[in-house]
Design a protein. Structure first.
Length: 327
């Protein structure tokens, strides 16, 4: 058989037209009577439904009571049959213990399910709070990152080469040039003629124009590096709960060193925990044998390198090598 084509969707029902208002008191009375009769039919129908629900609930309760009675009678018959057997009291005791164990298992499972549901509700609420906190933190950091000016923008704002030329500065330069021109004489020209001085001035002006772009770039780079250095100094000086580290400020060299030191500290912490477990076993042995308690301290590789550097600096200042044995 060929597959049937899918049925077309039914067209939407047209909107129900509004009834016009009654034209006479008789028509209004008829409408009120119809509404009242409809409400009365609905009330009678709900009475029948509630009666059927109560009857169903009553029958279910009777059925559960009958099942419990039948289960009790079956248990009594089984107990009577076990008592009739040789050593029946022992069989009955074992059967009763098995029943009690089964009931205890069911009760424990019910209690565990209730506890697991409560824990699940708490876990879901905690996860929702953490997710909301992460979203709020990400939003705050994004807003702060958008509002915070980068070192590039600050350097561009502070760069004097990129500022518009002011009339006062032009007048000041003009006055300085006129003053130097008035102070010029044959003695200040170092024995050069006016044509030679003109050529020298043109050469100096040409070099100034050639080096102007490079000089402006050097000024801008110096200002940007100064701003970056200031931010890193503020980040290093603000390591406290009252003054947290600013977000997004770090150097690649410092980050690599910090990650390496963090990995070394994690490895040393794992080693420290294993040694602490070993030391706890040794302490229990010492306590049982009456010896004194002792503990183990593990220094990370980064801390060891820092301490070695400090000792070498101290040795260089004192002029004495502490690694050499005393004769």
């Amino acid at each position: 058989q060929a597959p049937q084509a899918p049925l077309a969707p039914l067209p939407p029902l047209p909107p129900r037209p509004k009834r016009p208002p009654p034209s006479s008191p008789a028509e209004a009375a008829v409408r009120i009577q119809r509404w009242y009769r409809g409400r009365a039919r609905l009330r009678r129908f709900m009475v029948i439904v509630n009666r059927a629900r109560r009857k169903r609930r009553y029958l279910d309760e009777r059925r559960r009571v009958a099942q419990r009675v039948y289960a009790g009678e079956a248990a009594v018959e089984e107990m009577r049959a076990r008592l009739a057997m040789p050593s029946g009291h022992k069989l009955v005791g074992r059967w009763k213990e098995a029943k009690e164990a089964d009931a205890a298992t069911k009760l424990q499972n019910l209690w565990r399910s209730v506890r697991s549901k409560k824990k699940l509700v708490k876990l879901v609420a905690e996860q929702q709070r953490e997710e909301a906190a992460r979203r709020l933190q990400a939003f705050a950091r994004q807003r702060r990152q958008q509002q915070r000016q980068t070192p590039l923008v600050k350097a561009a704002q502070e760069n004097p080469c990129w500022r518009p030329i002011e009339e006062d500065r032009l007048k000041q330069h003009e006055n300085d040039i006129i003053k130097k021109r008035k102070e010029w004489s044959s003695l200040t020209g170092r024995g050069l003629s006016q044509a030679e001085l003109k050529l020298q001035a043109e050469e100096s002006y040409r070099k100034l124009l050639e080096e102007a772009g490079r000089r402006r770039y050097d000024v801008w780079r110096t200002i940007m590096e100064r701003e970056q250095t200031r931010q890193m100094i503020e980040a290093l000086e603000g390591k406290s709960w009252e003054r947290p580290l600013p977000y997004g400020v770090c150097s690649a060299a410092l980050l690599r060193d910090a990650e390496e030191k963090h990995r070394e500290r994690k490895a040393s912490m794992i080693q420290d925990r294993s040694l602490q477990q070993l030391s706890s076993g040794q302490e229990r042995w010492a306590a049982s044998s009456g010896a004194e308690n002792w503990s183990v301290y593990v220094e990370s590789k980064a801390e060891e390198l820092e301490a070695d550097t400090l000792l070498r600096d101290l040795e260089s200042e004192l002029g004495y090598d502490f690694s050499m044995p005393d004769l």
